[in-house]
Ligand binder design. Structure first.
Ligand code: T3D
Length: 260
């Protein structure tokens, strides 16, 4: 029996999806991309899952498209992206639960895009990111042209893409490509601890927050204000809000996790 390309486990409301092709630095073939998207959809539907973590097995996070898997491919590049990478990135950004990309090692090409696509990005000390596409004379895809300039500005994004320079963890943090760096030795436990903090937060309010931020990225202030007013009604009508206010008045921690 061959190894599954995605390993999945749930602990304390945190679903961890591990890209599992370590001898190829988790380079993505179609099986991996489709399985990861499927797992994310299943996590969305599973009420026991409150946070999703995407990480890699071995010393790499994801080396992008598996270059051994492209020759003789029946699909055009456009068809392939629309069939595999684009649904994956859309699923991550559209998921009604926080997604953490836990970058344990090198993230290159579409693997860099995947690393950037998380709502929260946590890096190990030995993690790095390379917009490697121009090394093989391709255009950055899978969302890199959208994510990177928003994080680092146009010119820095262009430079990283044109020169395919490796960004190490210290520079990744400085440039805003990740929120936190953790030591390699404790990385997986540190990610789990962080994810459990998120899992204890109000899930419905976070889902609406994610929705509001996604829409605000391409809207005017006026539109954002209108949307906030609508979404605030949905949040305010939810039991989580009542629990938060009651807990505040009773001077205790709110309990946002309920069975069923
Ligand atoms: O639809 C479409 O097809 C278009 C979509 C494109 C999306 C893309 O992602 S294009 C970009 C594709 N990725 C790359 O070009 C990255 C190629 N890899 C590298 O540049 C380097 O491997 C890294 C900088 C990522 C890491 O370097 P290093 O020195 O740490 O590791 P290594 O020794 O190069 O790699 C270790 C093994 O993984 C090695 O195999 P071996 O020699 O031990 O048997 C290497 O061949 C393999 N590997 C690494 N990346 C890939 C890969 N195998 C297949 N595909 C890869 N992308």
């Amino acid at each position: 029996m061959s190894e599954p390309v995605i390993l999945a486990e749930t602990r304390a409301g945190v679903r961890t999806l591990t890209l599992n092709r370590p001898d190829r630095l988790n380079a993505a073939n179609d099986a991996l991309l489709l399985a990861l998207t499927e797992e994310l959809r299943a996590a969305e539907a599973d009420s026991a899952v409150r946070v999703v973590v995407i990480t890699g097995a071995g010393r790499g996070f994801c080396a992008g498209q598996d270059l051994g898997d492209v020759s003789g491919r029946a699909m055009t590049f456009t068809e392939h992206l629309e069939h595999t990478y684009n649904p994956l990135i859309r699923t991550i950004r559209g998921l009604g639960k926080p997604v953490i990309t836990a970058v344990n090692g090198v993230a290159a090409g579409a693997g860099a895009s995947l690393a950037l696509s998380g709502d929260i990005r946590l890096w190990a000390e030995s993690a790095s990111l390379i917009e490697v596409f121009s090394n093989i004379a391709l255009v950055p895809d899978s969302g890199s042209t959208w994510f990177l300039p928003r994080m680092v500005g146009y010119s820095r994004a262009f430079e990283l893409m044109a020169l395919a320079e490796r960004v190490n963890a210290r520079d990744g943090l400085r440039l805003g490509l990740c929120e936190h760096i953790y030591p390699d030795e404790t990385f997986r436990q540190d990610v789990q601890t962080y994810a459990e903090r998120l899992a204890a937060r109000p899930a419905h309010a976070l889902k609406l927050t994610k929705q509001a931020l996604a829409a605000a990225m391409s809207s005017t202030l006026d539109e954002a204000l209108d949307r906030e007013a609508e979404l605030q009604q949905l949040a305010g009508d939810h039991w989580e809000h009542e629990e938060g206010v009651t807990a505040f008045k009773q001077k205790r921690a709110p309990e946002f996790v309920r069975e069923g």
